[in-house]
Ligand binder design. Structure first.
Ligand SMILES: [Zn+2]
Length: 394
């Protein structure tokens, strides 16, 4: 149980929603007594008590099982913790080759997940299939609080619309409205990087620093960036912040979806990597998993492809580091997340290209979610909403 003396010095300003501040304090420090929550959140004992009653009613927190007696107010020292079993959110990730659908608990832990290749990539086919896959998740007695979607390209968070996703060939697709109609759940959508930055801020290995200032760089078949300052992720007036697909890189002739050559995204995309590995005979079937497998088993050619990609990503990270000087810069890239040597190569290249000191590259770290990034991403979009305004969820 967290005690007063264990708390870090005065934290950031209280969130506007007292229940949200209380729920985050319980997430960060639980099991924790109401009286200690008051200290952690700078809220009055009465505000904490009221918020806790509402959170208990909604099944978002629980009183520690060892505490005897009936639950309720007036129990300032009974420890509170996040409720592990009664609620969940659905997370959806739409990648270029497949979708991932997952069920996550309030701590962002994956309860179940499935990944399915697209039968067809047109929006109607993908959204219809997603509706069926969400309905096909293993039955649970948990109350589902909401559904979050993460995908690449330009996503308008306020309207839940994929404005443009050139790799899928999508334009102005109202994924939020379509999935809300299919599931009856409240739906929020966001970009890969903004979703995963929310996850880092909530549950990441460096969550405290990520809430101060952070940059997230996602590298898959698409590339995007998110940044946060003062705990707030910047989306921009058009929700278009973070589109870095066309950042120039030298010496790469891959043709980009924009029609030009020399763009970052096609130089580092999984499709490019897999195509080069197939051409070189490193793998005999397409798919990033096959390439990761042979690289993890020590295939020098396959590993070299990932190291080369890590170096390119490291250059982009150097630019972002100089631009934002964040407390932490998180990279979600399969090699850096899962293969030996890739993160070191990435950091070395960041240090080489950053105009700051070599120490700057030390803030570069791999995703906290390893091979679970796609399953966590969508769920984090929904959980971010739960933690921001928990009494708004039904
Ligand atoms: Zn381009």
């Amino acid at each position: 149980m967290t005690r007063r003396g264990d708390l870090p010095p005065a934290g950031p300003r209280p969130a506007r929603d007292p229940a949200g501040a209380v729920l985050r304090a319980v997430l960060d420090h639980g099991p924790i007594a109401r009286s200690t929550v008051a200290r952690a959140t700078h809220l009055s004992a009465a505000s904490v008590s009221g918020a806790v009653t509402s959170l208990l009613d909604r099944g978002l927190v629980r009183e520690a099982p060892e505490a005897a007696g009936p639950p309720g107010i007036g129990r300032p020292h009974v420890p509170l913790d996040i409720e592990p079993d009664r609620v969940a959110v659905v997370g959806v990730h739409i990648a270029v080759p497949h979708t991932t659908v997952a069920l996550l608990d309030l701590r962002g832990r994956i309860i179940s997940r499935r990944r399915d290749p697209h039968d067809a990539r047109d929006p109607a086919a993908v959204l219809t299939a997603l509706g069926a896959r969400i309905a096909g998740l293993p039955r649970t007695r948990r109350r589902i609080l909401g559904l979050g979607v993460a995908t690449g390209g330009w996503v308008d968070t306020t309207t839940g619309t994929v404005v443009e996703h050139p790799e899928l060939g999508w334009r102005d697709v109202p994924i939020g409205a379509a999935l809300a109609e299919a599931t009856g759940l409240p739906v929020r959508a966001d970009t890969n990087s903004r979703a995963l930055l929310r996850a880092e801020q909530l549950f990441g290995a460096a969550a405290g620093r990520a809430r101060q200032s952070a940059v997230h760089l996602f590298v898959g078949n698409v590339v995007d960036v998110a940044f946060a300052a003062g705990g707030t992720i910047h989306c921009g007036p058009r929700s278009a912040a973070g589109v870095v697909a066309h950042l120039p890189v030298e010496g790469h002739a891959e043709v980009c979806s924009c029609g030009r050559t020399g763009c970052l995204q096609p130089a580092v995309s999984e499709r490019t990597l897999v195509r080069r590995a197939l051409a070189a005979g490193f793998i005999d079937r397409p798919g990033l998993d096959a390439l990761l497998d042979v690289a993890a088993h020590g295939h020098p050619g396959a590993l070299a492809l990932f190291v080369e990609r890590a170096r390119l990503v490291g250059r982009a990270a150097a630019l972002l580091l100089d631009l934002f000087d964040p407390e932490v810069l998180v990279v979600s890239e399969a090699g850096a997340n899962r293969l030996p040597g890739c993160l070191a190569a990435l950091r070395a290249e960041t240090a080489r290209w950053s105009s700051g000191s070599a120490d700057g590259a030390a803030v570069v770290r791999a995703s906290s979610f390893g091979r679970d990034v796609l399953a966590v991403a969508g769920g984090a979009v929904a959980l971010d909403q739960v933690f921001a305004a928990p009494l708004g969820v039904t």
